[in-house]
Design a binder for this molecule. Structure first.
Ligand SMILES: Cc1cc2nc3c(=O)[nH]c(=O)nc-3n(C[C@H](O)[C@H](O)[C@H](O)COP(=O)(O)O)c2cc1C
Length: 216
């Protein structure tokens, strides 16, 4: 069977989906995100904290990858990564980003656009030390996004990093950084089987948020 035939046979939104009444939505998108996130967890969404992070490189070419949401508070949507990775270098040069959440089981999508700032070392070190030992060793060993000429180099680096952490469990990774995305717009999208998708976009306007319904 061709890919085309496989694609044509795939159902979409063929399951009960939750309701979304934008008229009852809060004034602030952060409150709605918190509510939707809790509902996603409650609905058993698999890895609801997995999100795409899109950035732009020095040539203006967009890049995207999946990351975990590490924290969500007054500082915005936070993720942790290596500052010397491709994404780390991209946001250092151009601190603009978009986040995308897709909660398949609910047919829900959230899109966040905004600016990225690196939080301080205390936040980075605290996040790093809260990670399981294997994740800390992997971070210490990795030069994330650099070309790996020989897989044996990774094995050697992992062994060395493992020894470092064993000798000093308080070892932190200088490149490990927590970034926060401050939103200028947040869209909440509720899919519908009949394609009457409900879209509510919050747009930052000075100190206020403007709420707009969008055509599906
Ligand atoms: C479910 C999932 C979660 C991930 N979480 C992270 C994360 O929290 N931090 C991270 O640096 N990479 C994470 N990754 C790996 C990234 O997608 C990516 O491969 C890596 O960060 C290198 O990206 P870059 O080369 O664009 O910098 C995750 C991948 C998946 C599929």
């Amino acid at each position: 069977m061709s890919i085309r035939d496989l694609l044509r046979g795939l159902p979409v939104f063929a399951r009960p989906l939750p309701a979304f009444d934008p008229a009852g939505a809060p004034d602030d998108p952060h409150d709605l995100f918190a509510a939707w996130f809790a509902e996603a967890v409650g609905a058993g969404v698999v890895e609801p904290h997995a999100m795409t992070l899109s950035t732009v490189d020095a040539d203006g070419l967009p890049d995207t990858r999946v990351l975990l949401l590490k924290e969500f508070d007054g500082r915005g949507w936070q993720f942790a990564t290596d500052a010397t990775s491709a994404k780390g270098r991209q946001v250092a040069a151009n601190p603009a980003a978009a986040l995308g959440f897709y909660w398949r089981e609910q047919g829900r999508q959230v899109r966040v656009r905004g600016s990225v700032t690196a939080l301080d070392r205390a936040a980075a070190d605290g996040d790093f030390l809260a990670r399981p030992v294997g994740a800390r060793v992997a971070s210490l060993a990795s030069t994330q996004s650099a070309v790996l000429d020989d897989p044996a180099d990774l094995e050697r680096a992992l062994a060395a990093a493992g020894q470092t952490v064993e000798n000093d469990p308080g070892t932190v990774c200088a490149e490990h950084t927590v970034y926060a995305v401050t939103a200028v717009s947040v869209e909440f999208w509720q899919g519908d089987k009949e394609r009457r998708h409900i879209r509510l976009r919050y747009r930052r306007d000075g100190d206020a948020w403007v709420r707009e319904r969008l055509w599906p």
